[in-house]
Write a protein that binds this ligand. Structure first.
Ligand SMILES: C[S@@+](CC[C@H](N)C(=O)[O-])C[C@H]1O[C@@H](n2cnc3c(N)ncnc32)[C@H](O)[C@@H]1O
Length: 303
């Protein structure tokens, strides 16, 4: 019998959906095999997924935070040293008081050794209206980008956004006169050779692939609602995977739900590994992958 090598150890976990409790399943996964994690855990007392041992129904917010931080500490172990975690969390009001749950979890993760790299605001332009009259209506959640090291995989070019400065819509459009011609670059304009044009502002205004991604992402809620609440919009996952996971790498979602992370990973030529404690959701994710036309292993679903 041959001894499994390192590659076997990784391929065994590629393109699999594990049914069961996230912490228990994560404890079966070897160290350092995952490139990035994109996940949206259940929020504190928000929904009942009817899963055995489901997270989110702890008696107190402290208990919820501790349990979720425990699961994400196990995620830290399975992540490569160059890996990243994109954690989507929304807040909740109890008896008129905002809980601050996303930040409590983020601070708990920092205490356990995670490095917080960015607190991204996911703005939802089509968020449900609410009847509140004594505070603004909430239309955002957080996407925390956390890493194990300051030297981590991040493909900034893959997620650049369109320039605003010096475009037709910009108030600074007159600045284009410095460029000699419309859509020109500093090298072509009357200031060519000026070294001041080659600092951060060059990147801000002229990088051919667009400006560096900003921290407010305006993304409408998903339309996929096949018997599952709180489905990720595909473009949210896409941004995280393009920046955080190399082609052929492994993306983990320990709270897979309807399988959005897996579907997007397959489309972008990345491998996936998903976990969910509700067998119906694991099956739903498999169906969704098949419907999308992806070849998934016959033993994709691990009960
Ligand atoms: C917010 S939903 C995730 C939705 C997902 N992002 C999508 O696009 O469909 C959270 C999921 O976590 C699962 N879950 C809750 N407690 C869990 C646990 N202890 N272990 C694994 N999964 C759990 C729920 O069944 C639910 O599907």
């Amino acid at each position: 019998m041959s001894v499994p090598n390192e590659l076997d150890a990784i391929t065994r976990w590629q393109d699999r959906i594990l049914c069961g409790d996230a912490l228990t399943r994560l404890q079966q996964i070897p160290d350092h095999i995952v490139d990035t994690i994109v996940t949206s855990p259940p929020y504190f007392r928000q929904r009942n997924y009817n899963g055995s041992n489901q997270l989110g129904h702890e008696k107190t917010l402290d208990q919820y935070t501790e349990r979720l931080v425990g699961v994400l500490t196990e995620c830290h172990r399975v992540l490569k040293p160059s890996g990243s975690l994109w954690l989507v969390l929304g807040d909740k009001y109890v008896a008129g008081r905002q809980m601050g749950a996303p930040w409590r979890v983020a601070l708990g993760l920092i205490d356990r050794g995670w490095i917080l790299r960015s607190d991204i605001i996911w703005h939802k332009p089509n968020a449900m209206p609410s009847a509140v009259k004594t505070r603004p209506t909430t239309d955002h959640e957080y996407v925390f980008l956390l890493t194990k090291s300051t030297d981590y995989y991040y493909d900034a070019d893959a997620i650049r956004e369109p320039h605003v400065t010096f475009t037709e819509k910009s108030r600074m459009r007159g600045g284009r006169k410095h460029l000699h011609q419309r859509n020109g670059t500093p090298e072509q304009g009357k200031n060519s050779g000026n070294h001041n044009l080659h600092d951060g502002r060059w990147d801000q205004a002229f990088h051919p692939k667009g400006r560096n991604k900003r921290t407010v992402w305006s993304i409408p809620l998903s339309k996929f609602r096949e018997a599952h609440f709180a489905v990720f919009p595909e473009s949210l996952v896409e941004t995280c995977l393009l920046a955080g996971c190399p082609i052929g790498g492994l993306a983990l979602d320990p709270f897979l739900g309807s399988g959005t992370t897996a579907v997007v990973a397959q489309r972008l030529n990345r491998h996936f590994l998903g976990i969910d404690c509700v067998p119906e959701y694991c099956e739903m994710a498999c169906r969704r992958l098949q419907k999308a036309g992806w070849q998934i292993p016959a033993d994709c679903l691990v009960e």
